[in-house]
Design a protein around this ligand. Structure first.
Ligand code: LRH
Length: 518
């Protein structure tokens, strides 16, 4: 049988990669062609993505993919983080460097939005959880700025990369749902929401669906990368989390997933949105998935908390000249944290630290912004009357216990709010490499955890391309069964005293009430 090769461009918040997937009916293998860091830069007080450097990374990656194999690629697919965008002039020029969703420019936007549309009405119309950086809040904050006033077109980040590669604008649906401007029932624009907020929907080019053709590479891209003409770009679940959920190797319908990386996205795959007031109050989102599915999940702070702690300790180590237990400057790698061997030592020490000594609310938006993470964690422990972690190992344990607890809470809540039963938890994404986090999650949930694949987003991206090209057939169950039979997976059984997690959850419940009251 014929083998096809697909390039998956997958840009995450801490690194980007171009991965080549080789696909035949019973075969699926991945080769990483190129990985590059994603380092945002603060300029005059605003945190930006280095979009040109990311695009150069994509070109370098496609060149490496072309060099790796004598066989031509069948197509390219692009997925990235959600919500952010670039604004273009009528001639296609990028009007301003895209702003990072962690920039605090949206701080006052929710209040402004609430004046035009109540949080209840906004949720009923879009089903999207409240996160301060949702595209609607970014656009409302940008109202009156020269760039938005001059903008002819808005492209979400994967659509922007796709446009630069092909010259063909489009808006891919799964990622469009994270703008909070899509109605999850019609899977089309929520025009009344846009009207109420003064957002011009004509800025968005027409919607595309995963599997749709999205143009062919421009001549300048072929010249730059050494790829051969004509090479199509295929729309995939361009929201990285949508592709990661395709990449969950589930074999039964009663599974929950946790897509781990900078964020933990924990929840269920449904065939219809849950738009109830209880769901809104629990801050669950109904993002759109591939093949008509709904990603019913909650955003949890994820390994960002650990990455930011490590960054703080390294800066401190550099200042004091001591290396400490986390010294070294490992580049950001696939564990979702630094790739240095010291991280291994830190995680080993954390595994030995007292379990559940203190936990924090890993859903607290107070942890979204960069800087001072160990201090913020210490403050949260102090505020809630729990022991303050004293060492990097204790802080790391606090973070991982807190993440596991938040995973459990999200899965319990998702099951309750949607009326579903969960028997298995799948962990995919960079956090798969963090065996302590996987074990703690199994312990906290009291359910078996199947960990892997780490490159679920790239795999989901490749699978959707492969199906569009006719290299494989079937729905999500068939794609997932191919993953299950070809990808290395590891199972974790729940261990330990389950009631300890109930007690920690109760402590956190009290803590959350305390926070709300202050
Ligand atoms: C993960 C992710 C997540 C979004 C956030 C902005 O990379 O796409 O699903 O909420 O980034």
């Amino acid at each position: 049988t014929k083998e096809h090769r697909f390039a998956a461009v997958d840009l995450g918040a801490s690194s980007g990669r171009v991965i080549v997937g080789e696909v035949a009916p019973e075969r699926l293998t991945l080769h990483e062609a190129h990985r590059f860091p994603n380092q945002p830069t603060r300029v005059l007080g605003t945190l930006h993505w280095n979009i040109m450097s990311l695009y150069q990374g994509v070109l370098n990656g496609l060149k490496a993919a072309a060099n790796r194999t004598p066989h031509p690629l069948t197509s390219i697919g692009i997925d990235t983080w959600a919500v952010d965008y670039g604004l273009l002039a009528a001639d296609g020029t990028l009007l301003a460097n895209p702003v990072h969703y962690r920039d605090p420019r949206t701080t006052n936007a929710p209040e402004k939005v609430a004046k035009a549309l109540s949080p209840q009405a906004l949720y009923a119309a879009t089903g999207i959880q409240h996160l301060p950086f949702n595209t609607v809040y970014q656009l409302v904050s940008a109202q009156g700025t020269p760039a938005l006033a001059a903008a002819h077109r808005l492209l979400l980040i994967p659509d922007l990369i796709s446009y630069w590669l092909t010259g063909e604008p489009g808006t891919e649906l799964t990622n469009a749902s994270t703008t909070q401007l899509i109605d999850p029932r019609t899977r089309d624009w929520a025009t009344p929401v846009a009207q109420a907020l003064g957002i011009d929907l004509t800025l968005f080019p027409p919607l595309r669906h995963p599997g749709d053709a999205a143009g062919t590479l421009r001549q300048e891209v072929l010249t730059e990368t050494g790829l051969t003409t004509p090479l199509p770009v295929t729309a995939v679940g361009s929201h990285d989390t949508a592709s990661a959920v395709v990449g969950v190797p589930a074999t039964t319908p009663d599974f929950a997933y946790i897509a781990t990386g900078t964020w933990s996205l924990a929840g269920l795959e449904l065939d219809a949105p849950v738009l109830t007031e209880a769901s809104r109050a629990a801050n669950f989102t109904n993002e759109l998935g591939v093949d008509g599915t709904v990603r019913y999940l909650r955003n949890i702070m994820g390994l960002w908390m650990l990455q930011e702690c490590v960054r703080a300790w390294e800066t401190e180590g550099a200042r004091t000249g001591s290396t400490g237990s986390t010294g070294g400057t490992g580049s950001t790698g696939s564990t979702g944290s630094t790739g240095s061997t010291n991280l291994t030592a830190l995680l080993q020490a954390a595994a030995q630290a007292t379990p559940l000594r203190s936990v924090v609310d890993a859903g607290d938006p107070a942890f979204i912004a960069p800087h001072h993470m160990p201090d913020r964690i210490a403050d949260a422990c102090r505020r809630t009357g729990q022991p303050v972690p004293r060492t990097p190992a204790e802080t790391t344990r606090c973070v991982l216990d807190s993440l596991a607890l938040a995973h459990r809470r999200a899965i319990d809540d998702a099951a309750r709010l949607s009326g579903r039963t969960v028997r298995t938890v799948h962990i995919v994404g960079g956090g798969v490499h963090n065996t302590l986090l996987c074990q703690l999650t199994a312990d906290a949930c009291g359910l078996p955890v199947i960990a892997g694949p780490a490159e679920a987003a790239a795999l989901g991206n490749v699978l959707v391309q492969a199906r569009a090209a006719g290299a494989i057939t079937g729905g999500l169950p068939e794609l997932r069964s191919l993953l299950h039979s070809t990808q290395p997976l590891r199972q974790y059984e729940p261990t330990g005293d389950h009631s300890a997690w109930d007690r920690a959850a109760a402590r956190l419940g009290a803590a959350q009430v305390t926070r709300a009251a202050t």
